[in-house]
Design a protein around this ligand. Structure first.
Ligand code: NAD
Length: 286
């Protein structure tokens, strides 16, 4: 039976360090790091994510500014708000909750956020910097997964890693970070042929596709480490991941549960990035 990789426990430990550093920053520089989160419309999943981010900020002493817009807001109005927040010294991190309504271009919104305040690391400048290994911010979910692997002492160097899903926010940057850590990485997606056979070669499998219980036991080799990024709400209200947890955990050596695996690490990395943005802001003013 696989050992559970507990994202809640690891998150708590990292958040305790962040809390101390936030207090230190307040005492020494008189600065309280601030995160602004913009939400457009009333998507219930977005509302839950944003509420969790707000609570996490309060928990570590980071100031949280929530800006809620109705569905009909124009792109210009949203961009104007971003311009305002870019200039606001109280705000170190800006995050626009995705997805956005169809009348607003995600690309233009992401590119409008100042790269120094882009704590999601979605801006093309930050993505480019990650590609060449010269970055300040790392995207929250992939970086949170690396922290989890490190915390549990899971060897990455030289291992065969399969990432399933090639989104800009999880799959692609995940493959980059695992490559940077010297894994041999295969990035799979909806057009991949022989996916099952590719998965069976992996020492570490990271699944981020948004399909409930997609990864089955016969796709996993004995002793593999399995990281489940997926969040799927079933008709009965239950949350399940992209991994068929019961059968895969009988074969894997270590596995993340859903909930309580990757999810808490994503928010914790967001807090880490906001603290870092505040520190970089202070350094820029010395
Ligand atoms: P996405 O929804 O943008 O894209 C899905 C990806 O999966 C695509 O690259 C597609 O090629 C691939 N895919 C779809 N069907 C496939 C199949 N049958 N075989 C192989 N590949 C297939 O991806 P996303 O935004 O990264 O989200 C993926 C999942 O992760 C969702 O459930 C999302 O809710 C969840 N998520 C969780 C966290 C967290 O903190 N835990 C963070 C971000 C996303």
């Amino acid at each position: 039976m696989a050992e559970i990789i507990n994202g809640k426990i690891v998150s708590e430990k990292i958040r305790a360090d962040i809390r101390c550093e936030v207090q230190k920053l307040k005492a020494t520089a008189g600065i309280i790091p601030g995160l602004a989160v913009i939400v457009v419309g009333g998507d219930p999943a977005s509302a839950v994510y944003v509420r969790n981010k707000h609570k996490a900020c309060l928990d570590v002493g980071i100031e949280s500014y929530q800006i809620q817009y109705p569905d009909g807001i124009s792109e210009e109005e949203l961009l104007r708000k971003i311009d305002e927040l870019n200039l606001d010294d109280r705000v170190n991190g800006i995050l626009v909750q995705l997805p956005l309504p169809d009348n607003i271009s995600e690309k233009r919104v992401i590119e409008r956020i100042s790269p120094e305040k882009d704590v999601d690391a979605f801006h093309p400048i930050n993505v480019g910097r990650i590609t060449v290994g010269n970055y300040d911010f790392l995207p929250c979910t992939p970086a949170g997964i690396i922290s989890l692997l490190d915390y549990y002492g899971i060897e990455i160097c030289g291992k065969r890693c399969v990432v399933i899903g090639r989104s800009n926010i999880v799959g692609k940057p995940m493959a980059l970070l695992m490559t940077e850590r010297n894994a041999t990485v295969t990035l799979c997606h909806s057009r991949t042929l022989n996916l099952d056979a590719i998965c069976r070669e992996a020492d570490i499998i990271i699944v981020a596709i948004g399909k409930a219980e997609f990864l089955r036991a016969d796709m996993v080799k004995d002793g593999a480490v399995v990281i489940d990024v997926g969040i799927n709400r079933m008709e009965n209200g239950k949350l399940v991941g992209d991994v068929a947890f019961d059968e895969v955990s009988a074969k894997a050596s270590m596995i993340t549960p859903v909930p309580g695996g990757v999810g808490p690490m994503t928010i914790t990395t967001l807090l880490k990035n906001t603290l870092l943005a505040a520190k970089l802001h202070i350094m820029g003013h010395i």
